[in-house]
Structure formats: C-alpha cells, structure tokens
Design a protein. Structure first.
Lengths: 422, 108
C-alpha cells in the first residue's frame, strides 16, 4: 500500500520544480499512511480507505498555471467544426483543382458554402447572445471565432478560383482556336504556359483584392461590434504557440524576406532552364491538340545537350546560374550584406540569355555562309534555339523586376523600422 | 458547512499555533486533533495544512525536525518558537476583540 500511495504522490508532483519537493512528498506520504491506517481500523475496506485518503490531499497546484484558452470557454458546436472543415476543404480544394478543375470547383464551392454557413450561424448566434443573454464576452468570442480561419480560407479560395478562372478562359480560347486556327494559335507549350500564367496572375490579383476588401470590411464591422482591434488567425496562433510570442515582433512578412526573394529567383531560373528542355516542341501545336515530344528524362536531355556541338553557346548562362547558386549558399551560411550583387546576378542571367540568342543567330549564319574550316563545319550543326527563346524568359525578366521592386520596398520598410527605433 | 469552512480557514495559522503550544506534533496528528475536537466537522486538506506549515516556518513561528514514527515512516515534527508564542498571544487577543465586535454586530 505504501508504494501505491507513493506512486500516486510521485505522479501528482511529476512536474513540480520546487526545491523542497522531496521533503514535502515524504511528509505527505507519512501523513497519508497514518490516515489510511486509521480509516482501515475504523472498518473501511482498503479501497475505500485509499480513495478517502487520496481525496484528502487537496490542491497543491494552485501556483502552477493551467489556463485553458478563452476560445474553449463555450461548448463547441457543429458550426465551429464546420468552420474548420471549410478551411481545410479550401486547402484540399486547391490541391484537387490542380489535378481536375471540375472536381476542384465542386470542392471549393462546398468549402465556401460550409464556411459561410457556419460563419452566418456564429454571427446570428452572437447577435442573439447579445440581445437575449447580454453576455458580451460570449458575443465577442463567437464573433472572433469567425475570423479564426478566415485568412487561410480566403487565400486558398482565391488561388483555387484563379486557377479555375484561368482554365475557364483558356477553355474558351481553345474553342475559338478550333473554330478558326489560322487566326489564333499557340505554337508551343511555352506560349500556352505564358498565357495561362498571365490569366492566372490577373485573376489571382483580382480575387486577392476582392477578398482583402471583404476581409477589411468584416474586420471593420467586427471592430464596430466589439471594440476589439486585435485578432489572431489560427495560423498566427499556431505559429506563436510553436515559437513563442516575443519572436513575432521580429518576423517580417515572408515575401519581404531576402531569402524568399533569392530562392524565388533561383526557382524561376531553374524552371526557365528545365521546362524548355522537358517540352521540346514541334512547331505545330495547338491548344487542346498538343503534339509535342515529351522528353521526360531531363538528365538525358541535358547530356544530349552537353555533348552536342553547340554547348559552348550556353556557357554564359550556366556560369551565371552556378554563380547565383554559390552566392545563395553563401548567403545562407553567412548573411551577405549586399544582396544587390545577387539581384545583379539574376539580371545577368536574363541578359546572357539574350546574348545567347544573338550568338545562335551568328552561329547559324556562319554555318550557312560556309566560311568555316571543314573540321569545324563537320562538328557543328545549326542550332534550333528553342531552349532559350521562350516566353518564360520574358516572364522571368518581368519577375526579376518585380523582385527588385520588392527588395527596394523591403529596404524602405527596414529604414522606417529603424527610424521608429523598433 | 461550506461557508463555516471558509470562515475557519482564515484562522488555520492560529489554530495550528495553538495546538503546537501544547506539544510538538506532526501533520496528521494535528489534523486528527482538529477533526476529533470539532466532531469531524472541520477537516483540513493536506494542501492547506502543508501551505500553512510552510508559511509559519518561513515567518519563523515554528521549526521542524524529522523523527522516526510507526510503520517505518519518517515524520516531520513541528514545534513552536518563542516568536511563534508571541504571535499566538497577539492573535488570541485580536480574536477576543474581533469576537466581541462580531457578536455585537451580528448576534441579536
């Protein structure tokens, strides 16, 4: 029995950090054994005596904080769960949209339906609470619950909806092409991707602006109803839970962090390099009737590329690419102070592409004019420069400019931070 | 009974001191004495008792020492100090005054 009591005490104080905890436990155990003995002698069964004993310990843990977030002070109801399900569905809606736009539409619509239904319930319930029960804390809590998953849902909805809209527009265009292919056509998958991305970006910006407007209006409404200006979404809350709240003051928006900018640049360059490799296109391909040879194994394509006679042409971009990679690695090891050079590197990439384009022209021209020595002429062949001449190039150049603007903006923000003395 | 307990709990320190004045004692015995002399109407929990001991020891009103008891267990005995006796005397006087005042105000 002593071990039973001892075990129980040890369990109860397992998190106790007080210095004299061993003394306390020893004293407590002695007292409990005495009490047990007396209860047992007075005719109780061992089990009864043990339980009575243990109950008499009372509460030692008053100084240990064990507070449950305010969020859980209302009994959870089905709309709460629906709200969360709506948010999760919005994420899956996006994933599914990537594979199948039609099922994606259904999922996204379902997500919006569930979310708005639950949000409406919570809103009307909060108004009811204010009117009938006059419990303002509960009223505020119900309202804040609506906002918990709102940002996440909004972002994923706008991405899904943009993809759906872009697909829809492309679908329309492809129908027009079928009607009259001579008027309108996409000659390569590169063009297709470019136009698609363009529509996607436009739709995304429109949706993000719309959702942001809605969010701000709702926030304003929330502020008017509750007078509370601080709201944390679930993502922020989880982040704070994981890393502590003090860190959050140092966290800048991800998109403004230099590393994000650098990696985005690298990703763009890689896409730039790989996609044209992967999709060698026959010149005749119409949207909806893709007729490309898919070189799925990039490594093979790369080898073929390296062993062919015109590899020297691309030495410039490849060097730039390697330099960029090295600089990014260095940036991770030790903070580079002048990200300016990296940005310069990216520009060099774009410029080198253009240079390669011109060099290829020259190269082909030389072959045609046949003014080369025979031993060279045998080894080289005309270059079909589909590799760099894709709309993605212009797209990535555009992105570089955007990146520079972002970086400039970031510096400006930093400056104001410093001036404020924060 | 709940409310009575609340009133009594405010005087735990005084009760303990006054019991220790008679003889040195340990936690369970004190609780047992309180229980039996109040006909089991008032029983302190271990937590209340322990916190009271801690408080009193820190203030220097009681001291403690370990002694082997029955059942091969060690017991922590508490004994009252001189300053403890003084404070007890003070508290007794205070209680008498408070009692009179409360009686005048509450009992009709």
């Amino acid at each position: 029995l002593e071990t039973k009591i001892r075990d129980y005490i040890n369990y109860q104080f397992r998190f106790d950090q007080r210095e004299d905890i061993e003394d306390l436990k020893e004293e407590l155990i002695a007292n409990l054994i005495d009490r047990y003995q007396e209860l047992f002698d007075s005719g109780k069964t061992p089990e009864e005596a043990y339980v009575t004993c243990v109950k008499s310990i009372g509460d030692f843990t008053e100084d240990i904080k064990d507070d449950i977030p305010l969020e859980y002070s209302i009994k959870p109801s089905i709309p709460d769960i629906l709200l969360m399900s709506g948010a999760i569905l919005s994420v899956f809606g996006l994933l599914i949209t990537l594979f199948n736009a039609i099922v994606g539409v259904i999922f996204t619509a379902l997500s919006i339906l569930i979310f708005s239904g639950a949000a409406y319930y919570l809103y009307s319930y909060s108004q009811y609470v204010r009117k009938e029960e006059m419990d303002i804390e509960k009223h505020n809590l119900l309202l804040s619950k609506i906002f918990k998953y709102m940002k996440t849902s909004f972002i994923f909805w706008s991405i899904s909806l943009s993809i759906i809209m872009a697909s829809f527009v492309m679908n329309l265009i492809s129908r027009l092409i079928i009607i009259d292919p001579t008027k309108l056509s996409f000659d390569s998958i590169g063009h297709y991707i470019f136009v698609y991305t363009l529509f996607f970006m436009i739709a995304l910006i429109i949706f993000l602006v719309i959702f942001r407007k809605i969010y701000l209006r709702l926030m304003n409404h929330y502020y008017l109803l509750t007078g509370n200006n601080e709201l944390k979404g679930k993502v922020r809350e989880s982040y704070d839970f994981l890393y502590g709240e003090d860190i959050k003051r140092n966290v800048r928006p991800l998109i403004l962090s230099p590393r994000f900018v650098l990696i985005l640049g690298l990703v763009l360059i890689t896409i730039n390099l790989i996609i044209p490799f992967g999709w060698e296109t026959n010149s005749k391909s119409y949207l909806g009737y893709r007729d490309q040879e898919y070189d799925i194994i990039y490594i093979l394509a790369l080898l073929k590329f390296l062993f062919s006679a015109y590899w020297y042409i691309v030495i410039l971009p490849v060097v730039v690419l390697i330099v960029n990679i090295v600089m990014i690695i260095r940036d991770f090891k030790k903070k580079l102070k002048h990200q300016f050079f990296l940005i310069l590197g990216y520009y060099t990439w774009s410029v080198s592409n253009i240079a390669v384009y011109l060099m290829t022209d020259l190269h082909n021209h030389l072959i045609e004019s046949s003014s080369l020595p025979v031993w060279i002429e045998n080894r080289i062949e005309p270059v079909n420069i589909y590799i760099f001449n894709t709309p993605i190039d212009y797209y990535s150049l555009l992105m570089m400019i955007v990146l520079t603007i972002i970086l400039r903006y970031r510096k400006k923000v930093e400056k104001t931070y410093l001036e404020k003395g924060e | 009974m709940e409310l009575v307990g609340d009133i009594l709990r405010g005087h735990t320190d005084t009760i303990i001191l006054s019991l220790l004045e008679d003889k040195d004692s340990y936690g369970y015995e004190i609780n047992h004495t309180i229980a039996s002399s109040t006909n089991k109407q008032f029983i302190l929990t271990e937590a209340t008792l322990y916190t009271a001991f801690k408080r009193l020891e820190k203030a220097g009103y009681i001291t403690s020492y370990w002694q082997d008891g029955l059942n091969q267990t060690k017991r922590k005995y508490y004994s009252i100090t001189e300053s403890g006796k003084q404070i007890l005397e003070l508290k007794r006087e205070n209680w008498m005054v408070a009692q009179t005042i409360l009686n005048q105000l509450i009992v009709k």
